[in-house]
Design a binder for this molecule. Sequence first.
Ligand code: AMP
Ligand code: MG
Length: 693
Amino acid sequence: MFNHFTVVDWNAGNDTGPRPKKDAIWIGEAGQAPRYHRNRISAEDALTARIESALVRGERMMIGFDFPFSYPRRFIETITGHPDPFSFWAYLEQHIEDGPKSNNRFDLAGRLNQVTGGRGPFWGNGLKRDIPGLPRTQTGYHNPFPDRRTCEVAAKGTFTVWQMSGAGSVGSQVFMGLPVLERIRQRFARQIAVWPFEPLDKPIALVEIWPGLINPAVRAATGPDDIRDAVQVKMLAGALANLAPARLHAMLDVEAPLEGSILGLGYEQELEAAVSLKPPPLRNDCFALPPGVNWTPVDDALDMLKNRLSCVVEPENAPLGDAMGRVLSEDVTACRSNPPTPNTAVDGYGFAAASLPEGDAILPLVDGRSAAGAPYAGTVPSGSAVRVLTGAALPDGVDTVVLDEDSTVLDGHVAFRGSIKPGANTRKAGEDAKAGETVLPKGQQITPAGLALAASVGCATLPVFRPLRVAVLSTGDEVVEPGSPAEPGQIFDANRPMLLGMIRRFGFEAVDMGRVPDDRPALRQRLDEAAQQADMILTSGGASAGDEDHVSALLQEAGAMQEWRIALKPGRPLALGLWNGAPVFGLPGNPVAAFVCTLIFARPAMGVLAGQDWRAPQGFDVPAAFSKNKKPGRREYLRARVRDGRAEVFKSEGSGRISGLNWGEGLVELGDEARNIATGDLVRFIPYGSFGL
Ligand code: AMP
Ligand code: MG
């Protein structure tokens, strides 16, 4: 598995100057702005630095170059005496003279023509002066070698490696590219493998690619002011990064002819689909509640979110070190078993259980020991024992271990009581996880324990979804920024920091969209920006049906507004809808109601959008430290905490009491029906942590 993909659009010409332009060198990585290089020296430096940083960080990186890595049959052997393509890489590295202002590629092509007969295989001279042996055109030209490699016959629109000049010719690119690759290959000799000539078992892989494979997607994405080379390196890198590892594997699996190949050839449509792995958009009516119901029960509303929302984020790969809190986009299978070999769970002495005598045992000890990471190399003879330390692989001939504390060692022998069970104090290979088995399921949010599990079975990269981006904005003329001077009628914006903090705790990306006054055009514009920058929008305030409730009014205007009247306390009507395709949760302005509605509704909705499995927050029943008469017909959530095994609730249920939110460590959930709670009765307590806070 690779966790970084870089694609390079090469150039054989001279320095192209400081300003980014086409027909220069462009280097693209998924999700990053493409980088311009005016000449090959700059590009070689950048690639070297990039590889170094990948190696330091333990990343696996694939770098694609848009020029052939080899030649049609017989050519290389004719020149170097070896069929091995690397022999010609080294030949070019020796013979190409390269400078920012000029290079000798045409002269070298002419010389090679003279070696192989004089009227080919190379043709095309980009210089004014004539070059001995190099025809300017194909008139009178003779190519003693095949015109194309097998892959070029299959790839429509490719140029031949023999054409040295003219638009799109790759012959020059190969001459000016392979020397650079050869130097990089030598410099990182043990850490680079070249496809398809070598198995890709090194951290860095060099592959041949061709942007022509995704031509329609590139053409569609290139605007009149865009530089096509820049667009295509980024898109191709993105497509490679988006591919499921198994699919990339399939594409890499080619016969390894010495001619090389083009990665993705034959998989054009799949590659193109991977350019933008856009999940399907949400339906406009996804928030519609059943008609004719005055106050919808909480569970009905939740069922709706669960059934009508879907994942809106694209999959990608993340190195283990960046995967904390991310959501798995695929099942993760163990690359190898844990433990990989049977080993000992304790410090002690190992032997074969079948070789023990009846009753107490005294066994001779072999020389040496087995320690973690330093196994005993030999076989322990039947009837003998060996010193073993916790975590050490069991040597051949050992299946059972006796603890230090249960044994005595004297004169090269170990003595212990009989009745020890075969296999005692050992761990079986794969008893924790077996190679190939699913260890972490798709949809799970990665926890520290999940990281440990993935690491233990050898996963350096995890398939995850891009983090969900959630925008937060506050509305209301009365709301001002904490720290700024406030008139008596003004209040500080408490909801925004609260909501931003909640989103971060849930593991999502919080996008702060600031405050907007009660002004419709301003709010409209801010919603436009939020929908651009985020996958979902949380607003607070202005969600009811009053004159100054502009969130609901705007959603109404957009034709996608659903007023949610949920049988819930604390709660006020919520305004739900889609704004330019992004789901909007219009929360009440009241901080307590905004907090509870976020935990109960927005949080599970975010989970679905982010690709998570649906999981109801888990509570537990504890005796109440309070008494209360609860009315029927709505669910209630009280700010609560557990002390001495009993649930305490905050002294006031007032929905403006932010102090109660902070005092609480969870919510007491009281069902929809009426209830008369006496001190000591069991009530359901759900800790904030169970909501993901
Ligand atoms: P609204 O939903 O806009 O009618 O607001 C309901 C109550 O919440 C009013 O008392 C508002 O002043 C208050 N409120 C609205 N937004 C915020 C905020 N960002 N921070 C604190 N209180 C707010
Ligand atoms: Mg308001």
